[in-house]
Design a protein around this ligand. Structure first.
Ligand code: PRP
Ligand code: URA
Length: 205
């Protein structure tokens, strides 16, 4: 399943941060707001369980999340998405996967992976602003599956059709949410029109 999120506030932020002259501090805070605005869409079908709540006056039926949520940012750029999701889901825990795309082969290389033991029973939201060839997302899902996770949602800012196709084909069980579905990749694997290198723009490198 692929969903492009057309909310006016998301599209407004995206139009600001795409601009080549948007400075890092503005870019960072805008990505954080987009992440927060995307959260309700990502979480709309999370399972809940019934519970009884005692208010100061009486007892009422309520609903709680059935499983823990684990946010998994793909380093580095996924970190830019993290705080916005944590603003909305403060009880979530965070696990990290570090991937770097080789600039000539465009293949991802893992340089860090820290998935907690209990992650198998969690609802995982995988975070990466850019879905380009899809190689990094597929590798991250492979690692999560190997850790026993079977509930994975993928959040990105900008997706290329090529990456959506690769990820959907390799991991059909993963729901993909993007603020924008862009046109295509260029010969260097960058998304067009895109926003450039998300990691560099977030961290001012
Ligand atoms: C970027 C981006 C994704 C990946 C997407 O990260 O944040 O992780 O490229 O490309 P793909 O879909 O073709 O795999 P990069 O490897 O440049 O590392 P960075 O986040 O440290 O900048
Ligand atoms: N990674 C980025 O940061 N930007 C792109 O356009 C593609 C991959």
């Amino acid at each position: 399943m692929f969903q492009e999120l057309h909310h006016p506030l998301i599209q407004h932020e995206l139009s600001l941060l795409r601009h080549k002259d948007c400075p890092s501090p503005i870019f960072r805070s805008s990505v954080r707001r987009v992440a927060a605005l995307m959260t309700p869409y990502l979480c709309a079908d999370l399972p809940t369980t019934n519970t009884l709540v005692t208010t100061p006056l009486e007892t009422v039926e309520g609903n709680c999340l059935a499983r823990p949520i684990v946010l998994v940012p793909i380093l580095r750029a996924g970190l830019g998405f993290l705080d916005g999701f944590l603003d909305m889901i403060p009880q979530a825990s965070v696990a990290h996967i570090g991937l770097k795309r080789d600039e000539s082969t465009l293949q991802p290389k893992t340089y860090y992976s820290n998935l907690p033991q209990g992650i198998a029973g969690s609802d995982v939201i995988l975070l990466d602003p850019m879905l380009a060839t899809g190689g990094s997302a597929v590798e991250a899902v492979r690692q999560l599956r190997a850790a026993g996770v079977n509930s994975i949602r993928f959040a990105c800012l900008v997706a290329a059709p090529e990456g959506v196709e690769v990820l959907s084909h390799a991991c059909p069980e993963v729901s993909i949410f993007a603020a924008a579905l862009d046109r295509c990749l260029n010969e260097h694997g960058y998304i067009l029109p895109g926003l450039g290198d998300a990691g560099d723009r977030l961290f001012g490198t």
